[in-house]
Design a protein around this ligand. Structure first.
Ligand code: GUN
Length: 286
């Protein structure tokens, strides 16, 4: 079997066209979705990510602001910038790019963002809403993974999903989303003994560790669906995921490539969350 690739670029294009159309409708009612992105320091990867986020906002017809501060910015000053953006009616989403410099407590900063503007879905109010099944923002990367499964018409009910990785950004929220879709979910992590024992039973595997070749062909049940969240470099410096792409492609039924898979979907779901935040505000009686 050769896996079909789930094309995150094509799916993103389709979803972003829908976002742009809804944005235009909203703007005709006098509300333009607005996203503020804060970058502290000069982490090279973060600079590329935030540039792509702002560019995607502009293409969708959003108002967007990028606030860049040098690595020496104090935590107090950062909290004050967030407070200002919390009060700014033109801003419906606030994103603080991670990682932050070591002297800043990232969780403290995330909790300062108004939950109504937490389009990254990292606030404990958002995490709690996901956990309990209440409405709230879902973290963009796992949300994008779910959309990729939807795009192939995959029904998760009763399926065994194995998530490799337990980060707050991907692994944990991914597990909760899969659970909400009635999958049986196993979360594997660095303390798991015999990872292959679990992955071989999986109908769906989400690899979100940040290490090359975490998942190889011998660890995958024929016909499984494999989503690769990893973003690594191989020895030649080329971008690659957590999955041994060439090997797993011979076994899986569907597979997401890196690049061009989950990556673009993360930004797409950020646009969706920001748009929905603006739509919610537009519905409020003024
Ligand atoms: N750093 C890596 N991924 C993310 C993300 O999805 N959001 C933010 N804010 N920072 C990140």
């Amino acid at each position: 079997m050769t896996a079909q690739l789930i094309d995150g670029i094509a799916l993103s294009k389709q979803l972003r066209e829908h976002v742009a159309a809804r944005t235009q409708a909203l703007r005709q009612r006098g509300v333009q979705p607005g996203l503020a992105v804060i970058l502290v320091g000069d982490n090279a990867a973060s600079q590329v990510y935030v540039r792509n986020k702002v560019k995607a906002c502009e293409e969708a017809g959003f108002h967007s602001v990028l606030e860049r501060y040098d690595a020496g910015l104090s935590q107090q000053a950062l909290l004050e910038h967030i407070e200002r953006l919390n009060r700014d009616d033109r801003i419906h989403g606030i994103l603080v790019q991670l990682p932050l410099p070591d002297h800043i407590d990232a969780q403290r900063v995330i909790e300062a963002i108004s939950p109504e503007k937490d389009v990254d879905g990292f606030h404990i109010a958002s995490a709690g809403a996901l956990m309990t099944g209440l409405p709230g923002f879902w973290p963009c990367t796992p949300y994008g993974c779910l959309k990729m499964l939807d795009s192939i018409g995959y029904d998760l009910k009763g399926k065994h999903a194995v998530v490799i990785g337990r980060s707050n950004i991907v692994g944990k929220p991914m597990a909760l989303m899969l659970l909400q879709r009635n999958a049986t979910v196993t979360v594997c992590h660095s303390g798991t003994h015999d990872l292959a024992h679990f992955t071989r039973q999986a109908d769906v595997i989400v690899a979100a560790v940040g290490k090359r070749n975490v998942l190889t062909a011998d660890m995958v049940k024929p016909g499984a669906v494999v989503l690769d969240v990893g973003m690594n470099r191989n020895d030649a410096g080329k971008l690659c995921g957590d999955v041994d792409f060439d090997g797993v492609r011979q076994v899986a039924s569907y597979l997401t490539p890196v690049p061009g898979g989950v990556g673009p979907m993360t930004i797409t779901m950020l646009l969706v969350n920001t748009l929905e935040s603006a739509e919610r505000v537009a519905k409020l009686p003024s």
